[in-house]
Design a protein around this ligand. Structure first.
Ligand code: ISE
Length: 345
């Protein structure tokens, strides 16, 4: 890795300038201190050029692996197609460059485990995974209040994850691997314990869904200490993007602030407090995530969800996908012991 002069801005290379990649480029350029975007790459060169329009010193490169190796790239943000994550993240680990990879770390657990093993071999953590809810002020408040004993011992978690609409023919598994996986991560992060089993229920599907997607789904998760968490995933809720979380403890409940009003598609234009998608709902979380990643990378520290967290999320999601085929029956989440490298945070 090229040596960075102390005090110089961290030069970030971004692979993939689709919806999330372009959003991250904008956020780094406008709202993150100590970093600048030095290079981007995308299968669609035009889209890559559009993403860096107006950003001084940023270049469009044609090869993502060339970007990882580039002397003017100190750290890499991977926001390309899920299937490309493993190779790119492994290349970053081999090059000794910090990498922030959008979720999922890899589509299947085996790929994430190979990344964990590569980091163990390198003897250091370089990989962060974009589970941005860990930076959302509301979720952070819930976690801190729980730690401070505000509601006593936790008992139950109720989670809701609604999108306005999904792409036609989204496979039902996508509701788990693309959406509910955020709750899987946030549940283990909030509670500081592992998910041990996943059960999926398939209620009557919405008639507004295009294709044979089962939407909504109800997912029930059990944890190591016996807590239960339910997650409603409904990706064609029509009225907007709506994420909720309530933690019930022995002495009270903690929940994300939410607008109290009727939520209907027809009212969307009048209810400005309902988000249209995750980019505006989690804009502050993304900004804080990127800032923390940059600050950590500059100090040689890995921050946020690590490769082990990314791996565990894929294992839990795979259990959820298996559970789709036997509604109402729990599927165990089986994990190897957590490697020493990930013991301290
Ligand atoms: C999307 O891919 C995301 O990652 C969003 O954060 C999530 O809320 C949404 O449901 C997914 O489709």
């Amino acid at each position: 890795m090229a040596e960075r002069e102390p005090g110089r801005e961290l030069r970030v290379g971004v692979v993939g300038t689709g919806i999330m990649g372009a959003d991250h480029v904008r956020t780094i350029a406008t709202s993150v201190a100590g970093a600048r975007v030095s290079a981007v790459t995308d299968l669609d060169a035009e889209r890559a050029r559009a993403a860096i329009a107006g950003i001084d010193g940023a270049r469009v490169l044609s090869d993502p692996f060339g970007l990882v190796a580039d002397d003017e790239v100190d750290a890499v943000l991977v926001a390309s197609a899920d299937a490309t994550h493993e190779e790119l993240v492994l290349a970053c680990v081999q090059a000794g460059k910090p990498v922030l990879c959008e979720k999922p770390l890899t589509p299947a657990p085996e790929g994430s485990l190979r990344i964990v093993e590569a980091e163990e071999k390198a003897g250091r953590r370089l990989v962060s995974v974009g589970f941005m809810r860990r930076y959302d002020p509301g979720y952070v408040d819930v976690k801190e209040s729980l730690r401070e004993g505000a509601v006593g011992a936790p008992l139950l978690l109720h989670c809701v994850h609604r999108n306005a609409s999904s792409r036609p023919n989204t496979p039902s598994s996508g509701l788990i691997t693309g959406s509910a996986v955020h709750e899987f991560d946030v549940i283990r992060w909030l509670l500081d314990e592992e998910i041990t089993q996943v059960t999926v229920f398939r209620p009557r599907p919405s008639s507004l869904v295009v294709g044979d997607t089962t939407d909504p789904l109800l997912v029930l998760l059990g944890t190591a200490s016996g807590l239960l968490a339910d997650v409603e995933v409904f990706v064609n809720a029509q009225y907007g993007y709506d994420v909720r979380c309530e933690l019930v403890g022995e002495l009270g409940s903690l929940y994300l602030d939410e607008p109290v009003q009727v939520r209907r598609r027809a009212e969307r234009t009048r209810t400005s407090t309902v988000s249209l998608d995750w980019r505006d709902r989690f804009a502050e979380a993304y900004r804080r995530e990127l800032q923390d990643w940059v600050t950590g990378a500059a100090a040689g520290e890995q921050r946020g969800a690590d490769a082990w967290d990314g791996y565990v999320a894929t294992v839990a999601a795979a259990a959820g996908v298996a559970a789709l085929d036997k509604p109402g029956s729990p599927v165990p989440v089986e994990l190897p012991p957590r490697p020493e490298l990930y013991a301290t945070r």
